[in-house]
Structures are given as structure tokens and as C-alpha cells.
Design a protein around this ligand. Structure first.
Ligand SMILES: [Zn+2]
Length: 257
């Protein structure tokens, strides 16, 4: 019997599983990783709402051309010395690899403040999800922003392929966005550009939900309101980050747009 193509095998993986696929070895006690987290500096947001507010105000500075935290190069040596002892990033940013989406500048946050995962199309693979779990569980991050962006080449490529497998390893983008096109068909009244724009927002929302679906840890942390998972969309031309309602929480959407 011939083996199934890898694409089919991966596509068939159950979305809800957050257990390793191979047979589980004998369980060992969970390692304590507290030593990785540094004592948080005094100006570190200590709640999901404060963390989101800090991101929103940093983005406001970026939009206004008034960045502060990422301009103070005189502090670099002191910053490195402090960070050599450990990290306490208050936010996780899961976003696209697109070179036009530099999250540190967009949120005006220097090293040590953001724990970033960047993959084309902001579609987290298993290591991406593990990275988010690590930051939330061991580094004390309070908010996880899943940020798509306008003019996303990955979303555009998946849309235009329309189900036909992309070449090389690019098909993995389609696997990561499985169900996106079916969930959001093109409206008869919208052109390709408008449809792509809608897909970019829907993809960010769906990938945020993927984190919840595939991680029992993140489900527990959001249910306890210790962490918020916030879908967002970065607008390339204006520099504005549009935040949507946090998942798994009763929190209202922030006023900042
Ligand atoms: Zn992109």
C-alpha cells in the first residue's frame, strides 16, 4: 500500500488535539521553568487590560510619529545588562513574517517587552503554539495578540489558489488556513481586493480561535482571565492596529482604533 501524501496526513490531523501525535511516553513531572522569567520591571503591565492598553498607546505613538521607547538608544547598554538576567515580556505578538509588520516599532516597545512569533499568514504551526504557551505559562505574558495585516501576500496566495495545492512547501499555508475560504466566500457585490481584505480580518480571528482550540493551557488561562487572546489587524498605510474583541473573555473591545 502506498503511503498517503503528507499533505493529506497533516490536513487530517484533528484541530482540537493539543496532545503530541505519537504515542505518549511515560508522563514525567512538568519541568519548572520559573528561572527563565526575570522580575518584571516596575512599568510592566500586570493585567490583560493594562497590557492591551499599553499596546494601544504604543501604537498611538507610532501612528503619530512620536515613538519614545524605541528611540532612546542611550539606554541600550543598560537594557542589555538588565535583559541578560531574564525576560518578562508582557505581550505575545503572533503576526505575519511580512517585512512591513515590525511589531516592536508598531507598538513602540523595546527589547524584552514583546514575545514575538512571526509566520507567513499568522498561521501558527505546532511550534508557534508551543511558543505562545511558553510565554503565557512561564514568562507571565498577559495578552496574546494575533495580528493579520492589510495586503497580506499569504492570504492573497491562498485565495487565488482556490484549493489547488501551492508548490514546494507553500501548501502548508493552505493547511494553516484550512476552512478560511469556505467560511468566507466572495460576495457577489465585492471585488477580489475587497474579498481579500475581508479574508485578512477573518483569518486573524480564526487563528486566534485556533490557539484556544489547540491548547488546553490557553483555554484555562483565558477562562481564568489571566490572559486575553486578541485578534487584530494592522493597516499598512495608516500604521493603525485595529483590535477586536478578546476571545474567551467577557471583556469589551478597547476603544482605540
Ligand atoms: Zn502577510
Amino acid at each position: 500500500m502506498r503511503a498517503l501524501p503528507l499533505f493529506l496526513l497533516l490536513a487530517a490531523l484533528p484541530l482540537a488535539a493539543d496532545e503530541p501525535v505519537p504515542a505518549k511516553p511515560t508522563p514525567k513531572p512538568a519541568p519548572k521553568a520559573q528561572a527563565h522569567a526575570a522580575p518584571a520591571p516596575a512599568d510592566t503591565p500586570d493585567s490583560p487590560s493594562a497590557a492591551l492598553a499599553e499596546l494601544a498607546s504604543g501604537n498611538g505613538r507610532f501612528v503619530a510619529g512620536k515613538r519614545v521607547r524605541t528611540l532612546d538608544t542611550g539606554r541600550d547598554a543598560a537594557m542589555r545588562a538588565a535583559l541578560a538576567k531574564g525576560q518578562a515580556p508582557f505581550a505575545v505578538i503572533l503576526t505575519c513574517s511580512d517585512s512591513r509588520v515590525p511589531d516592536s516599532l508598531i507598538f513602540d516597545q523595546e527589547a524584552g517587552r514583546l514575545f514575538t512569533i512571526r509566520e507567513a499568514g499568522n498561521t501558527p504551526d505546532l511550534q508557534g503554539i508551543a511558543s505562545v504557551e511558553y510565554a503565557a505559562e512561564h514568562l507571565g505574558s498577559k495578552v496574546i495578540v494575533v495580528m493579520g495585516h492589510t495586503s497580506c501576500g499569504a492570504v492573497k496566495a491562498v485565495r487565488e489558489a482556490n484549493g489547488k495545492p501551492l508548490p514546494f512547501n507553500l501548501w502548508a499555508l493552505q493547511a494553516g488556513m484550512a476552512g478560511l475560504l469556505e467560511s468566507t466566500p466572495q460576495d457577489p457585490n465585492e471585488d477580489a481586493k475587497a474579498h481579500t481584505a475581508r479574508l485578512e480580518e477573518v483569518n486573524a480571528r480564526r487563528q486566534a480561535q485556533v490557539l484556544l482550540d489547540r491548547s488546553s493551557l490557553l483555554r484555562n488561562l483565558t477562562a481564568a482571565e489571566k490572559v486575553w487572546i486578541v485578534p487584530a489587524l494592522y493597516h499598512l498605510a495608516s500604521g493603525k492596529v485595529q483590535f477586536f474583541k478578546p476571545l474567551g473573555a467577557a471583556a469589551p473591545a478597547p476603544a482605540h482604533h
